[in-house]
Design a protein around this ligand. Structure first.
Ligand code: SAM
Length: 280
């Protein structure tokens, strides 16, 4: 049977326009800007994205689009380009063992206690950190703060709103759901919103881990940078790790994703527990 027409009308002209050369160039541009490495299995998705972005800019082909980006490092289009290629997969209480470690660690530290969640996506991770700290600290309103950043401006916006479907909050313990979320009504039926006592603990901002200017004046007890370094090449991972190390207070902890191993990348950190590192 032939393919449904709607699909071929949408996909074919764009795919035809974006050849291997354009794809490789866009992958280079993306990697230089955001560190994200995309393989050729992403060609179809990239072709579609580049085609749509090119059209929305009123340009006639992808070459012109990539010329525009490369010739205008401050163009507003960079934001849409990077946002289109980020993978925001995340969840509440993802890799639960880290939150058990965090709860115990927070109890052992002096206030102020601060955490940087360095690729916070749509907010599930920093809000999980906030709930964990609220439960484990005697006076969470005093001297506990979370700085949450991501390169993806849309994800940061959604994180700030703190609105999730009931399906997204399934991993949240029932008791926390009652304490820390309010149910939506009317237009927001079937959704929940993180309550302000948790939202106010988190300061959101956009930040590119490849940036040359880091918030160097800030020091943290813990940094979460999970499931993000896997998208970067090894030299980029090493550079970022070596910038994280001096941002931790003595004895601070770096939490990595389940498939990330930094042991052989740098001497700046040593393994302290399951995917938890401390500066050497
Ligand atoms: C797969 S999500 C991981 C989210 C969360 N840390 C977790 O483990 O559930 C990866 C996040 O890294 C962000 N990211 C990718 N490149 C980045 C960069 N150069 N700087 C900051 N964030 C970046 C993406 O926008 C995305 O939200």
């Amino acid at each position: 049977m032939s393919q449904p027409q709607a699909q071929s009308i949408f996909a074919m002209p764009v795919l035809a326009e974006v050849g291997q050369h354009d794809f490789e160039r866009s992958a280079r541009v993306l990697r230089a800007r955001a560190g994200i490495v995309i393989g050729s299995h992403k060609l179809e998705m990239a072709a579609r994205t580049l085609g749509l972005r090119t059209k929305s800019m009123g340009l006639s082909n992808v070459k012109e689009y990539l010329d525009h980006l490369e010739q205008n490092p401050h163009s507003a289009e960079w934001e849409a380009f990077v946002n289109a290629f980020t993978i925001n997969h995340t969840a509440f209480f993802r890799e639960q063992h880290h939150f058990d470690v965090l709860a115990k660690f927070a109890k052992s530290r002096k206030k102020p206690f601060s955490v940087w969640c360095a690729a916070s996506s749509t907010g599930e991770e920093p809000y999980t950190i906030a709930m964990t700290l609220r439960e484990s600290c005697l006076q969470p309103d005093v001297g506990v703060s979370i700085f949450a950043t991501d390169i993806d401006t849309r994800a940061v916006e959604r994180a700030r709103e703190g609105v999730y479907s009931l399906e997204r909050v399934q991993p949240v313990p029932e008791e926390y759901l009652k304490k820390y979320f309010q149910r939506g009504t009317g237009r927001r039926e079937g959704m929940v919103r993180v309550k302000s006592n948790i939202r106010d603990m988190v300061e959101f901002d956009t930040f590119n881990l490849l940036s040359n200017v880091w918030p160097a004046e800030r020091k943290f007890d813990a940094i979460f940078c999970r499931n993000t370094m896997i998208y970067f090449d090894k030299p980029t991972q090493t550079r970022i790790l070596e910038r994280f190390a001096p941002m931790l207070k003595p004895g601070g902890l770096l939490f990595a994703g389940h498939s990330e191993n930094f042991t052989y990348l740098t001497k700046a950190f040593r393994l302290q527990g399951q995917t938890v590192y401390t500066p050497s």
